[in-house]
Ligand binder design. Sequence first.
Ligand SMILES: [Zn+2]
Length: 153
Amino acid sequence: MFNELIVASQSVQALTSLLKAANSLANYNEIVAAVSDVNVKLMQSNAAALEAQQTMSQQSARIAELEKQVEAFEEWGEEAKAYGVIEVARGVFAAVPHERAGDLQATQKLCLNCFNQRTKSILQQSHEDQRQIGLTCHRCRAKVVFRYYADVV
Ligand SMILES: [Zn+2]
């Protein structure tokens, strides 16, 4: 954008010097050629200014988009603070609220894979063969099967 502005500024300077030079032109053809040259320079300046404006507009849109992303990033950070990663069963990790009432089975558990992608996805519990417990994320299709929750003695 600065380059376009510099080009525009140079064109205006060229226009000024051409006008000063026009005072000393003797014949009509030289004046017409000088005016034509000035016109070309003006058109180039306009084109450069337009391009600069377009670039600024694109950059404004990009800035707005990035501000939105930063906002979402900060919102997620605040939301994520309420959760901690714990081992809910032997070798099975999930994000659970820091403040929870009740045992792990009754606690809302979030898929760690999705959590790390800044998305809350609640693990759904199921009964599996041989009295095992399954936790499934319906977002990323992750599923773990285990026998006991970590807090069951
Ligand atoms: Zn998931």
